[in-house]
Design a protein around this ligand. Structure first.
Ligand code: S3P
Length: 169
């Protein structure tokens, strides 16, 4: 079985990119990388702080720089932030040597899995469901276009998703 050099997970907030990415990496003997967590470590601050102080655009610049750095890392599974696909200049960085997997997830599941989350600045408002809906309308076509594999995650345990992915990569 020949594996892709890198696996990149894309999809909305609450798709399970980090959970599934970590498990998939373990299964394949690859290293797991989480772009958001590495940005936080480098910056010494969490994402809400970065959004507060530098604005979303400041965060996006950090994200693009991080994706460029991580695109060189082989035998890795990379979990990206939900908005990473929205800068066209990131597309090449995401696709480089990679099999891109879109973890497709319904709005209901996104809402359920992000409920009471304080680390996602875009959802700290009166109507996070409306935000998720709007982002999904904008981003779903982009995730789909970039993806080599579209994997539905609704009503599936992370273990089942990983088992199905191992058979497809
Ligand atoms: C964002 C998703 C977050 C994080 C940031 C912005 C987005 O990552 O990058 O809060 O624009 O959808 P997750 O998808 O891991 O929650």
């Amino acid at each position: 079985m020949s594996l892709p050099k890198r696996i990149v997970l894309v999809g909305p907030m609450g798709a399970g990119k980090s959970t599934i990415g970590r498990m998939l990496a373990r299964e394949l003997g690859y290293r797991f990388l989480d772009s958001d967590r590495i940005i936080e470590e480098r910056c010494g601050a969490n994402i809400p702080w970065i959004f507060d102080v530098e604005g979303e655009e400041g965060f996006r610049q950090r994200e693009t720089a991080m994706l460029a750095e991580l695109s060189e890392q082989c035998e890795t599974v990379l979990a990206t932030g939900g908005g990473a696909v929205m800068k066209p200049e990131n597309h090449e960085l995401l696709k480089q040597d990679a099999t891109v997997i879109y973890l497709k997830t319904s709005i209901d599941q996104q809402v359920e899995r992000t409920r009471r989350d304080r680390n996602r600045p875009l959802l700290q408002n009166d109507d996070p469901e409306a935000v998720l809906r709007k982002l999904f309308a904008l981003r779903d076509p982009v995730y789909t276009k970039l993806a080599d594999i579209v994997m539905h995650t609704d009503r599936k345990s992370p273990r089942l998703v990983v088992r199905q992915l191992v058979n497809r990569v």
